[in-house]
Ligand binder design. Sequence first.
Ligand code: FDA
Length: 302
Amino acid sequence: MFNKMIAAMLPYFPKKLIWIFSKRYIAGETVEDAIRASKDLNSKGIKVTIDILGEFIKNLSEAEKNKVEYMELIDRIQKENIDGNYSLKPTMFGLLLDKDACYGHIREIVAKAASYNNFIRVDMEDSPCTDMEIELYRKLKAEFPKNVGLVVQAYMKRTYQDLENLMDIHSSETPLNYRLCKGIYVEPEAIAYKKYEEINQHYLEDLEYMLKNGVYPGIATHDKPLIDGAYKLIEKYNVPKNMYEFQMLYGVTPELRNSIVEKGHTMRIYIPYGKQWFGYSTRRLKENPKMASLIIKALFFR
Ligand code: FDA
């Protein structure tokens, strides 16, 4: 209860204080910071996916600016020979303001990544975006079958059905490519599972569906029981190592991450960077209320 109260108060805390605790989750404010973090992980045999922080813009001129930033990032990362791809949030390109303009921007970014034979992952945001983000993926995959992927959220009651519906654009040459995560936004009970056990059960059902149908999953979790469940499914369906990967967030559970790498599985770390780190950080801190209570202790019990 106490931790939840603190989590609710996080947006009102001084930015400097939040930074002290959130810097472990963010590479930094600049592309150089993202490159440094990526090279460090690459040197340990770990791939990355780089994300420029920002979401839910208020006017379309911001979308244009964000697109230019991604285009420059892609050129820069390719020059640096980093073993990594990119993630982006459609609301950063105006999904909720002008769907077609948003599509145009993201299409240009995917085309740029495709010109380097690279890949863009479309993050999944909250439920008002779900249908539009699936539609975006469908359109992009039709034009760039190997260069785009989507995130799906195990807590959404619709997800299994979405997986089945999307099979019409799957083929063994250009498999569907999903990142499967639990889901981080606060959603109503009518559309989302709420209990830990329920979410985990559906996570493993979704994963099994992907593995048995030749869909490429990014198994994105830090939850040990889910990772153990994934190992069992990989064995059950005898899935080759190049047909799945594990994914984790920058700065979270490094020991567990290393144990997966040591077993010879592909691991990719999500590296966020940029000036708009505050919203991302407060979400991560809400997810982990123990960290939030450390903040309040730092504030009042110095
Ligand atoms: P769970 O929350 O049960 O955590 C399991 C354990 O992991 C915890 O007990 C703790 O030990 C550790 N842990 C988890 N989070 C931690 C943290 N912040 N700090 C410290 N320890 C922590 N969501 C979404 O809605 N759309 C998206 O596009 C994405 N994208 C995405 C990419 C990647 C690579 C990952 C790993 C996750 C996402 N997510 C996401 C977030 C995801 O939905 C989910 O909220 C978090 O991954 C936490 O869920 P876990 O599966 O780790 O389990």
